[in-house]
Design a protein around this ligand. Structure first.
Ligand SMILES: Cc1ncc(COP(=O)(O)O)c(C=O)c1O
Length: 499
């Protein structure tokens, strides 16, 4: 063998990061997989969440690890210091914010995707076809035309930002991408309700349009945007020379799950020539449940829809998604020529349009695979049944609250979110939420509705059942009574399951 080739091969063996002993690696990998599966299968034996002990937090202020460590030791550190102190949303008692529970199937798909290490920015390979398959399924579900396009993103915050950018380019034309938004851009105004998620306002900020250009319209008693007030505000703005360009409707408001009148907004936007975007972060997937789908009537008329598979879709984090009715307008907002990304008729550089033409990311992971596995393995009917069941559980919780004199319902229950409080002041209710979280029994979150602090339970996890709702109510009543009593309480967390 030529001396140079021999030296190069020797060096390659030294620098490769592959295991020296594949058999030992395989045995450890199987143990990791077994223990992870055990962790999910036995999730009820663990506290929902537990505070991070000081020494565990301190262990993560270590120096840069210049020397190698044994994989088994690194895994032990993960198993002892990271896994027990995760958010807890795998647990059926987790009802805070709007967190999905994930599935063991999605976990496996994540592992397979990591094995492929595919980059879905572009090029001609099957992982991109998997993403295109999901785009087509979403297009069909929401009755969008064949010319629609879609793309996976981190979450709805990003999808809403991208929708603002597509609507902005549609309003100002593509020159605005070169010259900036200019005087015309300074006159653009967008509209959403007071109940919309804060990321809509942030999107206006990041898009360079400014949060003041977002008009926050009043809501009715059911937290739905007041369409007459929306119409009036658009008229006032036009009158003084602004250029209304975008309405962001909510299909499931973050606080209470209210769904705006999508049909009426679609009609208004069509009359006014305004882009109609729907923030359907969690609510849009109610389309999978036949008994709920009618409440989304009008969503099929949207110009774009943002949604998260990682919420009600039960896909592991993260798996946000943007669907745009007019794929060409979508492409015009992001596509950019670059010599090193030239598209060819054949070979690996074929297959345009590439996902990097449809969003700000060039390198992108294979989020579509865990979504594809989830949709195919369970089928959309079963996922729809999970969604309908979480709404039924919310009704069960509402009934428990209404039947309990020490509790007070604070908002109508539209979908899967229940906002209520212990009959005491805000400070006590804030303490109760933290007490329940620290007890490990359940994890509700809090919000403020009409100036009152509310305990908020969003039922998203497919594992949640009546016993979890009962445990939440019992814990709130227990901690509430103790807080209102002497104010000094000991939180007892359930013991950790044997590792
Ligand atoms: C209505 C709504 N919009 C947007 C978001 C933000 O979504 P993400 O956290 O995936 O960015 C959420 C999150 O809960 C939401 O409920």
């Amino acid at each position: 063998m030529n001396e140079m080739v021999r030296k190069t091969q020797a060096a390659a063996t030294d620098t490769s990061l592959d295991p020296q002993d594949w058999n030992a690696f395989r045995a450890l990998a199987h143990r990791m997989l077994d223990e992870t599966i055990d962790g999910i299968a036995n999730i009820r034996a663990r506290p929902v969440w537990q505070p991070i002990p000081d020494d565990v937090r301190a262990a993560f202020k270590a120096d840069v690890p210049r020397e190698a460590s044994d994989l088994a030791d690194v895994y032990r550190e993960f198993a002892e210091h990271v896994a027990p102190y995760a958010t807890g949303n795998v647990h059926p008692g987790f009802m805070g914010w709007v967190h999905g529970g994930g599935t063991a199937v999605g976990m496996l798909a994540e592992m397979l995707a990591a094995g492929l290490n595919a980059n879905l920015g572009g090029r001609d390979h099957m992982p991109i076809e998997v993403e295109r398959q999901i785009v087509d399924w979403m297009r069909r579900l929401f009755a969008f035309p064949e010319s629609a396009s879609g793309i996976f993103v981190t979450g709805t915050s990003m999808a809403n930002l991208m929708a603002v950018l597509v609507a902005r380019t549609s309003a100002l034309g593509t020159p605005a991408r070169q010259y900036g938004i200019g005087n015309d851009g300074a006159l653009l105004t967008a509209y959403t309700s007071r109940a919309a998620h804060g990321c809509v306002s942030r999107a206006m900020d990041i898009a360079g349009l400014g949060t003041d250009a977002l008009r926050k319209i009043d809501v009715d008693t059911d937290h739905r945007i007041d369409v007459a007030a929306l119409r009036a505000q658009i008229a006032v703005d036009r009158e003084v020379g602004f250029k209304p360009f975008l309405v962001v409707a909510s299909a499931g408001t973050v606080d209470i799950g209210a769904i705006d009148d999508l049909k009426a907004i679609a009609e208004l936007c069509r009359e006014e020539g305004i882009w109609f975007h729907v923030d359907g972060a969690f609510g849009a997937l109610a389309i999978l449940a036949p008994e709920l789908a009618p409440v989304l009537g009008g969503i099929e008329l949207a110009d774009s829809i943002a949604l998260d598979f990682h919420k009600w879709g039960q896909v592991p984090y993260d798996a946000g998604f943007l669907l745009v009715r007019d794929g060409e307008q979508h492409r015009q907002a992001f596509a950019q020529p670059a010599a090193y990304l030239s598209r060819e008729a054949r070979g690996l550089a074929a297959g345009a349009v590439w996902p990097c033409d449809l969003g700000p990311d060039l390198s992108r992971g294979f989020r579509a695979l865990k979504t594809w596995f989830t949709l195919k393995t369970f089928g959309t009917d079963r996922l729809g049944a999970v969604i309908a069941r979480s709404c039924a559980l919310a009704k069960y919780l509402e009934a428990r609250v209404l039947a309990e004199p020490r509790l007070e319902l604070l908002a109508p229950v539209n979908l899967n979110i229940v906002c209520f409080r212990y009959r005491a002041d805000d400070a006590v209710n804030r303490e109760i939420v933290a007490d329940v979280q620290e007890s490990g029994i359940a994890a509700p979150s809090g919000t403020t509705l009409d100036g009152k602090f509310a305990i908020r339970a969003a039922i998203v996890n497919h594992r949640t059942d009546e016993t979890d709702i009962d445990a939440l109510v019992a814990a709130i009543l227990d901690f509430g009574a103790r807080r209102v009593g002497d104010g000094v309480i000991e939180i007892e967390a359930p013991p950790l399951a044997a590792q």
